[in-house]
Design a protein. Structure first.
Lengths: 252, 95
């Protein structure tokens, strides 16, 4: 692949993680377990969609084929989406939502922090702008893991099952493929091994404080970064894209 | 964790440096940290503040409405307690 294509793919991965997770969390708007958590999660969803927007704008610029951020969000087919499988998994109960968020936020915080040292000026600018929000998410979801894990017997049990269920999806964030390697070699991308060490340290500490068992590492569910998604992704895209598909070019 | 068990908190927001904290509203939370996060999420999402105080509602001692006559009415006849004879320079700002 040419450099430009590799960079396009790399930016799409970051953008799609934000877009798809942002959409998932936005599904809870008006359905949160309490007014306070409802608005807290909705803020997070809006932050993520905001990150997706600037990243998709940049991806569209890199691609240079006249597509816009809206085209990329609303008119790409499933195989062209490059988010990790973790973020497309359904919300489930509140513990499921928090488990997914915690594993992702911890990754995302260290990823964006590292991205501020990229050689790509645009990515640096985007990372610097987003890191404040990402830092808040990182704290918010960890606080909830501790509260649920070290809460009542029922909340502990639900938090533990939620972690066990989602765990196989965490590993994909750290599996570097050719795109990751080339971007790292060029000083644009992030070293996923370094992120993995930081992630492990934080996750281990938070789970310990939450009196939760860290699930065993086993099979890694992966493929999203290459465009191969779980069955969940079709439902997400149907919801995101149906309006532009049904009424092409519609604006308001 | 049943929501019924979450205590009520009062939230005070300082909208900018130099101003005092003003009561913004209330919310439910299990502890101080959650109250602070919830206050941030519920009451400062449109840049309303630069500082937050949260205090559990039970720690506030409020006057009793029935005591109104005794506590407040007496002041109605004492207009001389207002500093109406002073000119406040513009530089003083908020008073």
């Amino acid at each position: 692949m040419e450099n430009k294509e590799v960079l396009f793919d790399y930016v799409l991965r970051i953008a799609d993680n934000a877009l798809i997770l942002g959409h998932r969390v936005s599904e809870l708007c008006g359905h949160g377990p309490s007014l306070e958590t409802d608005i807290g999660l909705t803020n997070i969803a809006l932050d993520l969609v905001g990150h997706a927007r600037v990243l998709l704008q940049y991806a569209a610029d890199v691609e240079g084929k006249g597509r816009t951020d809206d085209d990329l969000a609303f008119l790409r087919d499933i195989r062209e989406f490059k988010n990790v499988l973790l973020v497309e998994q359904p919300n489930g109960n509140f513990a499921n939502t928090i488990a997914r968020q915690f594993l992702f936020d911890t990754f995302n915080y260290h990823f964006f922090a590292a991205l501020t040292n990229s050689k790509d000026e645009n990515l640096v600018a985007i990372a610097k702008k987003s890191i404040k929000e990402v830092t808040y998410h990182y704290r918010y979801s960890a606080e909830w893991v501790i509260r649920l894990g070290d809460g009542t017997e029922e909340s502990h049990e639900k938090m533990q099952s939620a972690l066990n269920e989602i765990w196989d999806y965490a590993g994909e964030m750290f599996v570097a493929d050719e795109v990751d390697k080339q971007m790292l070699a060029e000083g644009i991308g992030v070293d996923l091994n370094a992120i993995k060490a930081l992630w492990e340290e934080r996750v281990t500490a938070i789970l310990k404080e939450a009196t939760l068992d860290k699930p065993e590492d086993g099979w890694i569910q992966k493929g999203g970064k290459q465009g191969k998604h779980t069955e969940q992704m079709g439902f997400v895209l149907a919801e995101i894209q149906w309006m532009q598909r049904a009424y092409p070019g519609m604006e308001w | 964790m049943s929501k019924k068990d979450w205590p009520l908190w009062e939230v005070f927001i300082r909208s900018k440096a130099g101003l005092h904290h003003k009561h913004a509203g209330s919310l439910h939370a299990t502890d101080e940290e959650m109250a602070m996060e919830n206050a941030r999420d519920v009451y400062t999402r449109r840049q309303e503040g630069i500082s937050i105080w949260v205090v559990e509602s039970k720690n506030i001692t409020a006057s009793v409405p029935d005591d109104g006559d005794m506590l407040f009415d007496a002041a109605k006849t004492k207009p001389y307690r207002h500093p109406t004879f002073y000119d406040i320079p513009d530089e003083i700002g908020h008073m």
